[in-house]
Each structure stands twice: as structure tokens, then as C-alpha cells.
Design a protein around this ligand. Structure first.
Ligand code: ADP
Ligand code: MG
Length: 506
């Protein structure tokens, strides 16, 4: 458990995340303009009259965007509201030409209701993080303050692209369920899980560096074991796992210091400073904005039918939690290995490609990936598109790894030789593992006659050790195995060596 040691005792941290993901669709949520606003697109070339709020223009809800919200809702095991509404959240800013953002009101059911995702908790066990809601809204345009010394510009390409805001739930009535994020690491794992679900479903790229995923981070602290939650602060628009983790820890420490010196935490909105990890107050609760929400008169309530939900449910691919369960049940992988191999959809696809339905291969592939391949990220392409030598690096493909694992399993090579072949591939050896083994004469000796001959020689050379072994010093067995392996230049099949040695030494 993540705790903060104070002067008067231990404290735990409580985190609530409001995560925004930019939804993938051809056109924007309420207009026909392209929603692909990537930086290579010239500014203000994908803007419709609706996006810039020309008088008399009416929004039209994009049905595909609704499907994306439903899909994500199903992906987080959530209730889908059969009826929800759109409202106007009023504020003035140059990146919002309407003067309001169309969103779904907080006091009414949003399109996606109560749900949950499973993460690995800090104790290594699966942990359910409850989600309160996910709602649809429009993104704003982008202000550009760095293009001219005296002028600011606005690029409206992003204005009106759909966002989905996913809010975690703090079950204050049942705090003992521990169904909320309670450490910086759990916050990261939760966000990665949201990212992977969004990617697996094609709902969003959910990429923090590119700005298609950002989070508002709510933090409070309470005494370990206490069932009363503390006052939280909220930090807006955080865009890196590292900063989020750093901020949660710093903010929790700051709150503990305040509370231990008899003060009270004030419910402020904070701004995080990347350079030193500190934060400052952006606005306090007293001057909280009144957005004066009201129902958008231009948009009808959003009605979703059972048929629509079932149609989407049928198209759902396997999601990370189900993949993990499959690896554990079908392949017998350990919880930790299954978690590592489902960290991203690409990793699990790569793993599945290598296993290729052969369950007996799975553990070997998992071991090689986790303990060897992951240490050499430049030597494989996780999207599995490249092979051969790329930019001077030998790309190890799923079928390379599968062949290596199979060669060991069938005793064609031993573990030591497999490792050597792997290293040769890292060093740039071309061809499949089998052809590398051929080229370097790395075939394993399994012929019992040949091995027996080597063993006889080793026994003949080491008379005193044989005597000692026979008089009970059984620990010497490894000495004989080592010598036989050495004499065979590492090529002997260790299992066969063991078997014959046991017979000969009696
Ligand atoms: P707001 O609309 O003011 O942002 P919400 O009630 O929607 O407030 O909550 C925002 C987020 O803050 C949610 O994820 C919620 O779970 C979380 N949260 C609420 N209370 C606390 C608390 N005491 N500590 C940490 N997070 C909290
Ligand atoms: Mg908020």
C-alpha cells in the first residue's frame, strides 16, 4: 500500500481522474468537417460554418460518434443510458466561438453511466476501479501564442472534434471496498488501461504526448484505515504519466503537512508546474465558475435503442482484461506475465502472433519476450510490420521467436544454444534461427552414442572425483555435467547427459 509517513502517523492518498480522450471519427461531433486535425494539416482548413458558430447554423449529431461512445461504454462494463441530453456550458474564450461548449450535464444521466475497469493494484492483485460516468462533448480550438510577438492566432481545425470524458467514481458510502485509485502507480495503470481499451476498440489513439488524452487529477488524503475522505484539490489538463505521478505524490505530501500542522485543505483548482513539480492555485472554490448550464435547444435528447447496443456489442474485439484472463486460463501464464503481455494491445498482438494458437509454445514465448526481448526494444517492431534488417538493426519477428522456442522444445538445440542464437540475431545475423544454427554448427547432440563417448572420457579423466561421488559427495554431479557440456562445446542435450551420467556414476 502506498502511504505517506507523517509526523503523527501514516496517511493514504485518494485519487479521482477525469480523463478526456479525443474520439476517432471521420467528421466532427456536430458538423461535417473532417475530424483529423493532426499537426500536418494546414490551420483552419477543416472548419465548417457550424464549428465557428456562424449565425443560424445548427448542429447535427454524428451517429458514428454516438456509436463510439457506446462502444467505449461497453468496454468499461458500463450501463448505457437509453436517454441522455446535451447542454450548453457557457464560458468565453477565443478558442470557443459559440461562447459555450456542448456537453452532457453533470446532474443528468450521461450516455455512459456507472462502469469499472480492472487494474493491477499495488498489492499485485487485480483491483476494480469504479467509473461514475463517461460523457460526450466538443473539443475547443487551439490558441497559438507563439507565432507572432504581438498577436495570437486561433486554429479551428480541432474545434468540434468529439471528446469523451471518463470520470472515476469515489464510493464514499462504501469506502471499505477500496474501489478507487490510491497511489501514483495505480493512477498510471488506470490511465494505461483506459488507453488500451480505447485503442483496442478504435475509439481513440489516447496518446498523451500527442494530446489525444489528458486528465484532470483530483487528490485528497486520509488517515490509513479511516473511512472519512478528505477535501480534494483538482489539477487541470495533465498530459504525462510522469507529471501525474509526481504531482499526486507532491500534492499528497503538501496536504499531509497542512493537516498535521492543524490547517485545512482548501478545495482549490491547481496548476502544475513541470519544471519543479510544484503547483499553484488557479482558482479557489469561492470563485468557482458558474457555467450556467442549460439544455441545448438545438439538439434533441439522445435516444439509444437495445438493437443499437446489441449491434455494437457484436463488433467488440477482445479487450485487455479478457486477453489477460485467456493467457492465464488457456496458456497457464502467471498473473504478472499476463499483465506484462497485455500492457498494450500491440504487445499482446505480437505475443499472439508468435504463439499462433499453439498453447504449448506460450510459456516459452512469454519468457523470451519478458526476460530478453523487452530489454532490446530496437530489435523488434511491436506493430509487427517490419522484418529483416532495418536501419542496421536485425528485427526479431514473432515467427523468429516461435522457431527458437520450438527448437528448444524439440531438443533440436539446448537453452544455451538458443541464447547464443538470440545474441547472434541481436548482433545482426540474418536468416531464421534454424538457418543461424545450421550456419554456426549449433545443432544439439542428442545421439546417445556420441554423448556416452564424451561421458566416458570425462569419467576417465576425473578418477578422484568419481571416487568422492561414489562415497556420497553427490553435490559433484553438477561438476560432471559441466565438464561433459564443456567437452561437447555446449552442444550436448543436457537431459540426455543427465540421464546417462546418472546411470554411469551409479
Ligand atoms: P467536479 O464536477 O467538481 O469536477 P466531481 O464530483 O465530478 O467534481 O468529481 C471529480 C472527480 O473527483 C471524480 O473522479 C471524483 O471521484 C473525484 N473526487 C471526489 N471527491 C474526491 C476526494 N475527496 N478525493 C479524491 N478525489 C475525489
Ligand atoms: Mg472536474
Amino acid at each position: 500500500m502506498f502511504t505517506i509517513k507523517g509526523k503523527t502517523g501514516d496517511w493514504e492518498v485518494v485519487v479521482g481522474l477525469e480523463t478526456h480522450i479525443e474520439v476517432l471519427s471521420k467528421s466532427k461531433i456536430f458538423s461535417g468537417a473532417s475530424a483529423d486535425y493532426n499537426p500536418t494539416v494546414a490551420p483552419n482548413t477543416q472548419v465548417s460554418m457550424v464549428d465557428v458558430a456562424m449565425p443560424g447554423m445548427l448542429p447535427v449529431l454524428n451517429e458514428y460518434c454516438v456509436d463510439q461512445a457506446i462502444k467505449f461504454g461497453l468496454g468499461i462494463n458500463a450501463e448505457i443510458s437509453r436517454k441522455s441530453c446535451f447542454a450548453r456550458k457557457q464560458y468565453f474564450y477565443p478558442d470557443l466561438p459559440q461562447g459555450y461548449q456542448i456537453t452532457q450535464p453533470a446532474d443528468q444521466p450521461p450516455v455512459v453511466g456507472r462502469g469499472w475497469v480492472e487494474i493491477m493494484g499495488d498489492d499485485g492483485n487485480p483491483k476494480k476501479i469504479l467509473i461514475e460516468r463517461a460523457h460526450m462533448e466538443q473539443d475547443a480550438a487551439k490558441n497559438k501564442h507563439d507565432m507572432h510577438p504581438a498577436k495570437s492566432f486561433v486554429d479551428f481545425n480541432r474545434c468540434g472534434v468529439m471528446l469523451l470524458e471518463i470520470v472515476t467514481f469515489l464510493d464514499t458510502k462504501n469506502p471499505e471496498n477500496n474501489s478507487y485509485i490510491s497511489s501514483p502507480e495505480e493512477a498510471e495503470r488506470y490511465l494505461r488501461q483506459i488507453r488500451e481499451i480505447a485503442r483496442a476498440l478504435g475509439v481513440s489513439k489516447a496518446n498523451m504526448e500527442e494530446g489525444s488524452m489528458r486528465a484532470d487529477v483530483n487528490v485528497s488524503v486520509k488517515r490509513v484505515g479511516s473511512n472519512t475522505f478528505g477535501t480534494r484539490t483538482e489539477t487541470k489538463n495533465m498530459v504525462s504519466f510522469k507529471f501525474i505521478k509526481n504531482h499526486i505524490e507532491n500534492e499528497a505530501r503538501r496536504q499531509v503537512e497542512i493537516l498535521e500542522s492543524g490547517g485545512v485543505v482548501s478545495q482549490d483548482t491547481l496548476r502544475y508546474h513541470q519544471d519543479d513539480g510544484s503547483s499553484s492555485v488557479m482558482r479557489s472554490k469561492e470563485d468557482a465558475l458558474d457555467y450556467r448550464y442549460f439544455p441545448d435547444p438545438d439538439l434533441l435528447p439522445l435516444i439509444i435503442t437495445d438493437e443499437q447496443i446489441e449491434r455494437i456489442r457484436k463488433t467488440m474485439p477482445e479487450l485487455p482484461a479478457a486477453t489477460r484472463a485467456r493467457y492465464i486460463e488457456k496458456f497457464g501464464l502467471a498473473e504478472y506475465d499476463a499483465a506484462r503481455l497485455t500492457e498494450t494491445v500491440d504487445i499482446s498482438h505480437w505475443f499472439d502472433a508468435a504463439v499462433d494458437g499453439k498453447a504449448e509454445r506460450a510459456k516459452g514465448v512469454a519468457n523470451w519476450m519478458i526476460s530478453e526481448l523487452f530489454a532490446h526494444p530496437e530489435n523488434y517492431d511491436i506493430t509487427n510490420e517490419k522484418s529483416g534488417i532495418v536501419d542496421g538493426m536485425r528485427i526479431i519477428t514473432p515467427s523468429d521467436l516461435a522457431e527458437l522456442v520450438d527448437m528448444v522444445a524439440t531438443s533440436e538445440i539446448n537453452g544455451k544454444q538458443a541464447k547464443d542464437i538470440f545474441i547472434k540475431m541481436l548482433d545482426g545475423a540474418e536468416g531464421t534461427p534454424r538457418s543461424i544454427a545450421d550456419k554456426f554448427g549449433m545443432k544439439q547432440i542428442t545421439d546417445t552414442g556420441a554423448i556416452e563417448k564424451i561421458i566416458d572420457e570425462v569419467i576417465a579423466k576425473n578418477g578422484p572425483q568419481v571416487e568422492q561421488y561414489k562415497s556420497g559427495k553427490l553435490g559433484l554431479f553438477g561438476f560432471f555435467v559441466g565438464n561433459v557440456m564443456k567437452a561437447s562445446a555446449g552442444k550436448a542435450n543436457p537431459a540426455v547427459v543427465n540421464e546417462i551420467l546418472k546411470k554411469k556414476l551409479g
